[in-house]
Structure formats: C-alpha cells, structure tokens
Design a protein. Structure first.
Length: 150
C-alpha cells in the first residue's frame, strides 16, 4: 500500500528546517530554504486612509466608521461623504502616498494623496489611541484641486 503524505488523512510530513538551515538535496549539494519574513502589521495611518477613502468614494456607507471615529469626526465625515467628493466615473480612487506627524505619544496627524486617473486630491486626518489601545479618527478634512487666486 502506498503512503502519500500529500493526500488528506495521511501522516503529516516533518516541517522544513527554519532559520535558513540547509537541507541536502543531492549528495554534497546544499539548498538554502528561504526564511519566511514575519508578517508586517499595517500601520494605523494606512488602515484609516483606506477606510476613509472607501467611505468618501461611496464604496462603503458612512456608518461603517461609527466605531472608528470619536467626537465631531463622524459628523465631519458624514458631511463630506454626503457630497461624494471622491466618487468618480471610471477610474477608482486609490491612496497614492501617506505621510504623518506624531505630535505626542498616542496621537498621529496624517495626510494622504488620493489619485483617480490624472486627478489628485488631499485628505488629512487625526488619529488618537484610546485607553483600550485602539486607534480612532478624531478629525478629517478633504482638500480639492488648487485654484489660482492671484
């Protein structure tokens, strides 16, 4: 009877060596197993930029941000989303770049460049870490294309 370890119900094969230790593949040859890099957690600025973009572009409802906002931020977001400033026909808006400043521990002031085709918009938001160690949005603003006033 043949025992194939790749089939369900069979005994599992031993795990491959970790930390880059070699395993012999042929007499005298050593194949270095690639080590898996630890999964990087997304920064709160990245997560919130995506969440805010999905609301402001009409992909998600405003109430999806209820538990992720504090104070006037939800009202500001609801007013912005009502106007649908990032709704586009055709090209879906994406976060092109994110920058941030940490004014104090537990607070982040961030900006994101939002692109849709050849249009570029700016979004600014503030995050604060609560006593439960969860980040929440406390302010959000959206800038449009620059107008020449001169």
């Amino acid at each position: 009877m043949r025992h194939d370890s790749r089939r369900p119900g069979s005994t599992p094969r031993p795990a491959a060596p970790s930390r880059g230790t070699g395993r012999t593949t042929a007499p005298g040859a050593v194949d270095r197993a690639p080590t898996a890099a630890p999964a990087r957690r997304a920064r709160p600025t990245d997560v919130f930029a995506d969440r805010l973009l999905s609301v402001l572009s009409g992909q998600r409802p405003v109430h999806s941000m209820l538990r992720h906002t504090v104070g006037r931020a939800y009202d500001e977001l609801a007013l912005l989303a009502e106007r649908g400033p990032l709704r586009t026909r055709g090209t879906r808006p994406v976060v092109r770049d994110i920058g941030y400043y940490v004014p104090r521990p537990g607070a982040i002031e961030a900006f994101a460049r939002i692109g849709a085709g050849d249009q570029l918009r700016a979004m600014a938001f503030r995050l604060e870490c609560g006593p439960d160690h969860r980040w929440r949005c406390t302010a959000v603003e959206l800038g449009g294309p620059r107008t020449n006033t001169g």
